[in-house]
Structure formats: structure tokens, C-alpha cells
Write a protein that binds this ligand. Structure first.
Ligand code: DAT
Ligand code: MG
Length: 149
């Protein structure tokens, strides 16, 4: 089973879309193993978005992600990273497919509602930035065998 880090970003929180976004991941079959409500500090945002240092959108990206509280989650499942990225949709909501979170709920790359790790190494790094090992719970749902063959 793979784990991925999801952030319900400040715009989604401000717009009251957290429930709608969590609902989509839950309905997909991804298992929540960690969740917290927090406001991301500048220091943590710099670590999380280290790969984007120097890009023209870097400062506005940090301002955005630190601008209001977020919900951070760890989701688990078979190929959880790719499954979550599919449910999230492409980076620019304008070209994200209808049916995805960004394609249904967003209009701008700089207001794209949700983060999902893009590969196993990023997921491991990001999960450990936001969660201590003891904050993640291993558990089985009674529906597990109806979601995973
Ligand atoms: P994703 O969030 O789809 O993984 P990414 O890792 O390439 O996308 O970029 C991280 C965030 O940075 C993205 O969610 C929004 C912002 N961003 C990326 N490319 C951008 C651009 N060309 N203009 C403005 N913001 C951008
Ligand atoms: Mg990314």
C-alpha cells in the first residue's frame, strides 16, 4: 500500500469546499491515515515547495499556501499517489478534466484548491514534513475487500 500527502489549500478552506474535497477522496476508496488542521508557516512552505525555488511564481505560491489554514491529510491505498493525482486533475484548473476536483471547482493555477504528492520519493518526503510517525494510524475498514481485490 502506498501513501500520499494531500493539502486542502487556503482557497478551498475559505470557499467551504473541504468537505466536498474529502468526500471525493473517500468515495474513490482512498483510506485516511492522518489528518490535521493547521496554518502552514513560511519555513514549512519553503521546505514543502523547495523544488520551485527561483521560479517566477515561487513567492506568490508561498504567500498563497501560508495565507489561511489548511487541512493536511495522508491517504493510503493501492497506487494512492496516481489515484489521488487523477482525482485532483491537472495543475491548471482550466485544462483539468471535468470530473476532477480542479476541473470542477477551480479557475486558476494559483488557486487550484488541493495538493497531492507527485511520486513516491516526494510523498515520503512530504508526509514526514507534516506528520510524525505516531500521528499516522494503521487501520482496516470493514469495506476493504470491496475496494481492493
Ligand atoms: P501540482 O500542484 O499540480 O503538483 P506543481 O508541483 O508543478 O503542480 O506546482 C506546485 C504549485 O505551484 C501548483 O499547484 C500551482 C503553482 N504553480 C505551478 N506552476 C505555476 C505557474 N506556471 N504559474 C503559477 N503558479 C504555478
Ligand atoms: Mg507538485
Amino acid at each position: 500500500m502506498e501513501r500520499t500527502l494531500i493539502i486542502i489549500k487556503p482557497d478551498a478552506m475559505q470557499r467551504g469546499l473541504a468537505g466536498e474535497i474529502i468526500r471525493r477522496f473517500e468515495a474513490r476508496g482512498l483510506r485516511i491515515v492522518g489528518m490535521k488542521f493547521m496554518q502552514i508557516s513560511r519555513e514549512l512552505a519553503e521546505k514543502h515547495y523547495a523544488e520551485h525555488v527561483g521560479k517566477d511564481f515561487y513567492e506568490s505560491l508561498l504567500a498563497y499556501i501560508t495565507s489561511a489554514p489548511v487541512i493536511v491529510m495522508v491517504l493510503e491505498g493501492n497506487e494512492a499517489i496516481e489515484a489521488a493525482r487523477g482525482t485532483i486533475g491537472k495543475t491548471n484548473p482550466i485544462v483539468a478534466a471535468p470530473g476532477t476536483i480542479r476541473g470542477d471547482l477551480g479557475m486558476e493555477t494559483g488557486r487550484n484548491l488541493v495538493h497531492g504528492s507527485d511520486k513516491p520519493e516526494s510523498a515520503e518526503r512530504e508526509v514526514s514534513l507534516f506528520f510524525a510517525p505516531g500521528e499516522l494510524l494503521s487501520w482496516q475498514r470493514d469495506t476493504e475487500r470491496w475496494i481492493f481485490e
